[in-house]
Design a binder for this molecule. Structure first.
Ligand code: MN
Length: 435
């Protein structure tokens, strides 16, 4: 069953498909039958975290379906606190399962639709569920691949005339980040303490960051490992990607500015990174593939790939001040602006023999567009605090204040439907007392 399903995986992307889960057919819904993203959830009736798939306003419990013999996989694969074991079964299995779920949820398929007993146990309302970190993440790498972002930051801190350092157009710049502090959307983020060098002081102080910021990013999850010593070819690198999430690389700009020379960010980034709970598979994103920006100079040969390797993903940042009912959109941009592609990032990451593992997370780097209202960080949109944002509440923001909730959203727009990522949110709590 899996073989034939896997071969026909693109059928699950048919824009005309509808589901008998009515909420999935609403055009603004992030989780139509064409999406079917994977996550880890628990609910009131069962506190054990397990694998689920989002459909409309519900979650499909894959362990229940497997136990009832409706899936080819063993239920134990889905009775797990992470997706790693399932992801490790490989791309033919991901594709076969997605095709099977698409068939089961299709409007005219009576198999699950008309079986009230199984449906009652297998379909859980999202409002009754708690979402967990979807993968165990062995390693986290963050790139710096938006040309607009790199030019903005280079202009601010170095020289507007030479904003890009000479290596930027040759290397997908990145650093090895911290995996232990990656949290799922909804987890509060405590303002970090750290060393800050104030302009008028000779020595740094130790205290709470005064320039707490976001970085709007996408992340991709490694689905197929590579061996130590092996370089992944750029042309085939996407085959190692399971799917994508929204990612907020929380950043303390004042700590960063003091610590980052000579070895890059450390405490300014290591305190928290938030990801969205649903992993949208690369297969579901296939219809939204598009042309990447032209690269000049042409990259070295190990970074070349023919064809289209960018993805058209609309992105938004919302800010909700403490006590406010509505979030205000403060930025709109698109993932397609990224100069370096995911395939190039992965080819470069492994070019010297560094291996990647199932569940590894790669951040894209802050995604900024070409206009001032399309910045992926407050650092850029307020120009390091010099031009505060005017909020509808009458307040202003140079950087994030305690009690602010920051909400990232992302979706691909199809004809009459969207393949969405849901949201990636975090509320900022005051810093811990210092000694
Ligand atoms: Mn970043």
């Amino acid at each position: 069953m899996n073989g034939s399903n896997a071969d026909n995986w693109q059928a699950a992307n048919d824009p005309n498909l509808k589901s008998w889960v009515e909420s999935a057919n609403v055009p603004e819904c992030d989780f139509p039958i064409q999406n079917l993203p994977f996550g880890i959830f628990s609910d009131r009736s069962n506190a054990a975290p397990r694998v689920g798939v989002a459909i409309g306003d519900s979650i499909l419990d894959l362990a229940v379906l497997a136990k009832e013999g409706l899936l080819a996989q063993n239920a134990a694969l889905f009775e797990s606190i992470s997706l790693n074991a399932f992801i490790a079964t490989g791309r033919a299995q991901w594709r076969g399962l997605r095709a099977r779920l698409s068939a089961l949820l299709e409007a005219n398929n009576a198999e699950l639709r008309d079986n009230a007993a199984i449906r009652k146990r297998a379909l859980i309302a999202k409002t009754d569920a708690r979402l967990h970190l979807p993968v165990e993440i062995p390693g986290y790498t963050d790139f710096y691949s938006s040309k607009e972002h790199a030019i903005n930051v280079g202009s601010m801190f170095r020289d507007p005339k030479n904003a890009l350092l000479p290596n930027w157009l040759e290397i997908p710049i990145g650093y090895n980040g911290r995996a232990s502090s990656i949290v799922v959307s909804g987890t509060p983020v405590t303002r970090p303490n750290g060393q800050i060098k104030l302009p008028d002081n000779e020595r740094p102080i130790f205290g709470a960051s005064r320039k707490l910021d976001i970085e709007l990013e996408m992340g991709f999850i490694i689905g197929a490992p590579s061996s130590l010593g092996d370089a992944l070819a750029c042309e085939r690198a996407e085959q190692h990607i399971f799917g994508m999430v929204l990612l907020n690389d929380w950043s303390a700009r004042d700590i960063q500015q003091w610590e980052y020379v000579p070895l890059g960010p450390f405490n300014s980034k290591g305190f928290a990174t938030t990801i969205s709970p649903w992993i949208v598979t690369l297969d579901a994103l296939e219809p939204f593939r598009c042309e990447q920006p032209e690269q000049n100079p042409q990259p070295l040969s190990y970074l070349r790939h023919a064809g289209r390797h960018a993805f058209d993903i609309h992105l938004e940042v919302g800010l909700r001040g403490d006590g406010e009912s509505e979030a205000q959109t403060i930025s709109r941009t698109n993932f397609r602006h990224m100069y370096w592609t995911m395939a190039q990032q992965l080819a470069h990451h492994t070019c010297g023999g560094c291996n990647v593992r199932v569940g590894d997370l790669m951040g894209s780097g802050t995604i900024s567009g070409p206009t001032p209202d399309s910045c992926g960080s407050l650092l850029e949109s307020t120009w390091n605090g010099q031009r505060p944002l005017q909020l509808q509440s009458g307040q202003t923001r140079s950087f994030i204040e305690d009690g602010d909730e920051l909400i990232l959203r992302g979706w691909c727009q199809g004809d009459g439907y969207r393949v969405g990522f849901g949201s990636c949110a975090g509320k900022v709590l005051p810093a811990r007392a210092t000694v």
